[in-house]
Design a protein around this ligand. Structure first.
Ligand code: UDP
Length: 422
């Protein structure tokens, strides 16, 4: 096939829509359910725009004071549509507002005199929007799940009432979408085993910014953050959600052979502002830190901005991703791009990104003692850890750069647009 060219025969860039009803690509990351999906949509949108696509990213307006449009770069904007109250609504309660969301997308197309030949939907809520839009216009639908209900519900104590609807829509989407974009071979296998043997799936991983991560040395990063050069730094970043397994990390650090050592620093970044839902999990984790007498070793910097995050990864001896499940897990590749090895749960996409004994270690999820042993192995051997960090960086450069990922998506879009227009 000839190389992809996102320009129509009239010389104008082809417009595509990324739909992410609950994961606003323009918000600050780390709080109120904002995480990997928001980062993915924003990075994919911007990278595709750099390749010449006109990208409109649709999301639900979740606060009255939010701008209706945000221009990220030339050719890439976020458009916030009103569907339901303009306030935060948990993803489990959004489904009833989706018909209004579909009407708003159709209204926007009429108003701007455009029609998208392709939509890339994100998470099951948006997949429903894509399938509805398809009833109104010729359209190729790409879909990325970000999370599979069948896996999630097997791992949570309380199953929400929306579960049956979600499971049904996730299956329908796999069978009906023009292409599902799985972000790891493990996620693809789970779709086959848990959803359906029908449907077209292509694996295109998530990416990361290899210029931003890895741009400074550990010494520079520590100086900037005020961390002593001889500190042993264990780093977590992500949402505060019980399924992220932060408790396992804290209990592992409590068992570490370095715990009596004053140089041990545990940094648990991300999360909430007072009054937000994830504050409950943060309070719980802070309680465990107190109970285990680790408060002197532990820092909770809260949400870490895009500008500061590369310093934290670079300053750390090791990043820990103790999730109970991850379809991909962006944090692992961000750390690897920063030359910091990763200890991760041996689950999902983390089995794809982290190569054991090459770029870090994999440990069974929830295995406190296993995580403790892995942390000790890395902290005790700086030479080995440095080598794993360098190899981790190489792996990200070859497999997980946004530019490479966007090229693959661009090619996929081009193929499917051609197939609906010819
Ligand atoms: N993140 C951030 N600041 C924070 C917390 C998280 O920028 O304070 C980002 C993190 O760097 C990563 C994303 O949020 O890009 C989390 O994605 P991941 O796939 O690891 O987890 P998810 O949130 O999708 O479960």
């Amino acid at each position: 096939m000839s190389s992809p060219h996102p320009t129509s025969t009239h010389g104008q860039s082809t417009r595509v829509a990324l739909i992410s009803v609950h994961g606003d690509p323009a918000v600050e990351i780390g709080a109120e359910e904002a995480g990997g999906q928001n980062v993915y949509v924003r990075q994919v949108g911007e990278a595709l725009a750099h390749l010449g696509w006109q990208v409109d990213m649709f999301t639900r307006k979740a606060h009255a004071q939010q701008a209706e449009q945000v221009q990220h770069c030339s050719g890439c904007r976020t458009i916030r549509l009103t569907a339901g109250p303009t306030e935060f609504v948990s993803r489990d309660d959004i489904f009833g507002y989706l018909p209004q969301f579909v009407d708003e997308v159709l209204g926007f197309q009429r108003q701007e005199a455009i029609q998208y030949p392709l939509v890339h939907t994100n998470y099951w809520l948006s997949s429903w929007v894509g399938m509805e839009l398809k009833k109104h216009q010729p359209l190729a639908q790409m879909h990325t799940y970000h999370s599979l209900g069948a896996i999630k519900y097997a791992n949570v104590p309380n199953i929400p009432t929306i579960a049956t609807t979600r499971l049904d829509i996730e299956k329908k989407c796999l069978e009906a979408a023009d292409c599902i974009v799985a972000t790891s071979p493990q996620e693809k296998a789970h779709m086959r085993s848990h959803l359906s043997s029908l449907g077209n799936i292509q694996v295109i991983p998530c990416g990361t910014d290899i210029d931003r991560y890895g741009a400074m040395t550990r010494a520079e990063a520590r100086q900037k953050l005020g961390i002593p050069p001889d500190a042993k730094v264990v780093f977590y970043i992500g949402r505060f959600d019980p399924r992220k397994g932060i408790e396992t990390l804290v209990r592992a650090v409590a068992q570490s052979q370095f715990r009596e050592n004053d140089t041990l620093h545990l940094i648990i970044g991300g999360g909430s502002r007072p009054g937000e839902k994830d504050g409950l999990e943060r309070d719980r984790i802070e309680g465990i830190v107190q109970d285990l007498d680790l408060a002197n070793h532990t820092q909770f910097p809260g949400r870490i901005s895009n500008d500061e995050l590369p310093y934290y990864y670079a300053a750390a001896d090791v990043s820990v991703v103790p999730s109970h499940y991850e379809p991909f897990g962006l944090v692992a590749i961000e750390s690897m791009a920063s030359r910091t090895p990763v200890i991760a749960s041996d689950v999902g996409g983390l089995q794809f990104t982290v190569l054991p004994n090459e770029t870090g270690l994999l440990v069974p999820a929830k295995d406190n003692a296993g995580f403790a042993q892995a942390i000790d192995q890395i902290l005790a051997d700086p030479v080995l850890s440095k080598q794993w960090g360098l190899d981790a960086r190489k792996r990200v450069e070859t497999t997980f750069s946004w530019q490479g990922v966007a090229q693959q998506l661009s090619q996929l879009y081009q193929q499917h647009i051609l197939s609906i227009t010819t």
